[in-house]
Design a protein around this ligand. Sequence first.
Ligand SMILES: NC(=O)c1ccc[n+]([C@@H]2O[C@H](COP(=O)([O-])OP(=O)(O)OC[C@H]3O[C@@H](n4cnc5c(N)ncnc54)[C@H](OP(=O)(O)O)[C@@H]3O)[C@@H](O)[C@H]2O)c1
Length: 315
Amino acid sequence: MLGCADFAWRKAVPALLQAPELELAAVASRSLEKAEKFATTFGGDPLAGYERLIERRDIDAVYVPLPPSLHEGWVLKALEAGKHVFVEKPFSLTAASARRMVEAARSRGRFLMEDFAFRHHGQTAGAREMIGRGDLGEIRVLRASFGYPPPAPANIRYDRSLGGGALLDCGVYCAQAALLFLGQGLKAVGVHLRQDQAKGVDVSGAAMLASPSGQVAQLAFGFEHFYQCEVALWGSQGKLTLERAFTPLPDQEAVVWLERQGRREERRFPAENQYVSIFQHFARTAVSGKDFEAEYARILEQAVCVEAIQKGALP
Ligand SMILES: NC(=O)c1ccc[n+]([C@@H]2O[C@H](COP(=O)([O-])OP(=O)(O)OC[C@H]3O[C@@H](n4cnc5c(N)ncnc54)[C@H](OP(=O)(O)O)[C@@H]3O)[C@@H](O)[C@H]2O)c1
């Protein structure tokens, strides 16, 4: 792991340790003291400096929970050293940057994956199954929202040079939901990003996307809100709502609601730690050497979609 990130402390590494396919070999930090503290809690060798981890030959894969603007540099170094790489969202700042990383992974035969854990939760698979068998009729509209209260003032999300801002932090989940449920070819037809002039980043936003066949996605996101996390799909015959679509709790059943002809039914999916599930998927795919292209294509579609939203918001 490169960098003792807050998310790694709270969620990712506790999950990684539950995945039998993975072992935490080493933790690198800019500060040896931080690495030692992390390693004392979770294990692995503490290392001062990311290069020292990349050059270790006994390491098969690198987890990159660094600020977004640092992803590309370290991902390329890890790939050059022959590692598979698991990268936090947002994968890249631009579509061109995503292409460079995917090309490097492809040419070295290494697996590269972005951490959108909700895609690997049974709730998401269940919703897709319900849609696939026509429970909602034809899908017309997707509404996705993800918002939370303001982070601390020194947080990386307020630093433009580190890849901060609400679109890259939480808007990307809404874009990923639109691509997952509506498919490729979405165009940004309306965007607004609310800038905090003092901080120099977008702190909230909304976007409307349209598919070639006329389906519409309405996205709302930000970190100046009370907690909000939901995906709703409206079809010609019914509506499906995923509560906590991006953050289902690991110890509670996930609940989705299906509304049809005036009736509202509850569907429940077993409790699952989605971070364990995605780490397992990453490890198994890397070891199998197969199906890398599906994730590369998904990474690129996502990067193109997010860039279209960014461009749509330009004055
Ligand atoms: N998948 C999810 O559900 C989820 C949830 C939250 C966050 N994330 C993602 O995880 C990544 C990290 O987010 P976070 O909130 O955990 O951030 P964070 O606590 O600020 O951690 C980032 C780490 O990067 C390292 N770093 C290297 N250069 C840095 C610099 N110039 N400034 C600040 N840190 C620097 C630091 O580690 P050292 O000092 O130890 O080197 C720091 O601890 C982001 O990409 C974020 O979007 C994902």
